[in-house]
Design a protein around this ligand. Structure first.
Ligand SMILES: N[C@@H](CCC(=O)N[C@@H](CS)C(=O)NCC(=O)O)C(=O)O
Length: 194
């Protein structure tokens, strides 16, 4: 599998999941002209123009973080509870982080008016509280085992300081625990992050 990525962008979640599951992968970055590291036109691969994009062994491309994370989990048989409500809570958390957190980071990635940033901060603060309540004092977001929800959680928490919204204490501690995992350390090194 080949993961198209930008360093420190949301593809970091998929990168961490690939390392955690032990699936073989390679990384391909995209340049400012939307050319892939191996010289292809990225827009012809993914007309949406964004990462993460995953190229499967048969040359098929998958997009959307939630789907790529789910594919990695299903293919490896890891990072996703097999049955019971925890499986659905994992998908629920992915959807929540995508629409209620990731989407509200836009004003901080680009130069949006202050009013829009303030609105986004309000939504983010609410969403972080919901995640904090869900996590409680568990080791991970869904339970005592790491899931793909934690891979995405790591990235959304990493970006939170850009928004100026303070993280609840248990999420900050959860972030620190994830940051220390060998998979995260390896992903940082492979993406050239400090
Ligand atoms: N809906 C997509 C959003 C992905 C996304 O926002 N990717 C950003 C990086 S975090 C991107 O590629 N931005 C580049 C651009 O918009 O040109 C998903 O959940 O995977």
């Amino acid at each position: 599998m080949k993961l198209f990525y930008y360093p420190a962008a949301c593809s970091l979640a998929d990168h961490i999941a690939l390392i955690e599951t032990g699936l073989p992968y390679s990384l391909l970055s995209i340049d400012g002209e939307k050319r892939t590291q191996d010289g292809r036109d990225f827009l012809s691969i993914n007309p949406k123009g964004y990462i993460p994009t995953l190229e499967l062994e048969d040359g098929v491309f998958l997009t959307e973080n939630q789907v790529i994370l789910s594919y990695i989990a299903e293919t490896s048989g890891k990072l996703l509870p097999r049955d019971g409500i925890a499986r659905w809570r994992t998908f629920e958390a992915l959807a929540f982080m995508s629409s209620e957190i990731h989407a509200h980071y836009q004003p901080f990635f680009r130069d949006f008016p202050e009013l829009e940033k303030a609105r986004a901060r309000e939504k983010l603060a609410k969403a972080f509280n919901i995640l904090a309540n869900q996590m409680g004092d568990k080791a991970f977001l869904i339970g005592d085992e790491m899931t793909i929800a934690d891979c995405y959680l790591f990235w959304v928490l990493m970006v939170a300081p850009k928004s100026g919204v303070e993280l609840p204490d248990n999420l900050r501690k959860g972030f620190d625990r994830l940051r220390a995992r060998p998979s995260v350390v390896q992903a940082f090194a492979e993406e050239g992050l400090g």
